[in-house]
Design a protein around this ligand. Structure first.
Ligand code: HEM
Length: 157
């Protein structure tokens, strides 16, 4: 029963989090690119995205806690050393990358840099780089979801 609850919390937080990354990457970036001149794009993006990053922090925390709980309950630690369970390593690697971005790099590095870039005139280039970064993270996230759903149901056995 507790495992089922942990799985529900895990999947719901991943739906909100990766769904948000999908929306930002496939809808918000293209919309801003189409409708705003290069110099104003970064400011527009930051305005919209800041409300998502708070929500993403909660989802990342819940996904990590529920994932660790399942690993402990299933006593699945040895999976991390087994190639058949590559998707367990993929989940943790992706989680670590997002947690670093949301809790460390974004507040300490990205926000001060964004403020500087908005004052000088290279904010369009930074917007392009951020769009590329989001595309890469979305593809990696989808691969991890594919691997984890397949793996939880025996596809890679
Ligand atoms: C600290 C990070 C994480 C840990 C420790 C963790 C651990 C787990 C565990 C133990 C399971 C259950 C496997 C089983 O029943 O055999 C699971 C399932 C799953 N995880 Fe994670 N996970 C983490 C992060 C993530 C991330 C970042 C994603 C998204 C890409 C993700 C997506 C999934 C999915 C889609 C399932 C399968 C749900 C199902 O089909 O029932 N997890 N995870």
């Amino acid at each position: 029963m507790d495992l089922v609850v942990a799985r529900i919390v895990h999947v719901l937080s991943i739906v909100m989090w990766i769904g948000g990354v999908g929306f930002v990457t496939t809808v918000l970036f293209p919309l801003i690119r189409r409708s705003i001149a290069p110099d104003g794009r970064l400011a527009a993006f930051v305005q919209f995205e800041s409300s998502f990053s708070g929500q993403a922090r909660v989802s990342v925390a819940l996904a990590g806690l529920s994932g660790l709980y399942m690993t402990w309950r299933l006593d699945a630690w040895s999976r991390f050393a087994s190639a058949r369970f590559w998707w367990m390593d993929a989940m943790v690697a992706l989680w670590t990358a997002f947690a670093l971005v949301l809790f460390v790099i974004e507040p300490l590095v990205v926000h001060p840099r964004l403020r500087m870039a908005m004052e000088v005139a290279d904010s369009g280039r930074l917007f392009d780089r951020m769009e590329r970064f989001h595309r890469i993270m979305l593809v990696l996230s989808l691969v991890a979801v594919l691997g984890a759903v397949g793996g939880s149901h025996g596809l890679w056995d």
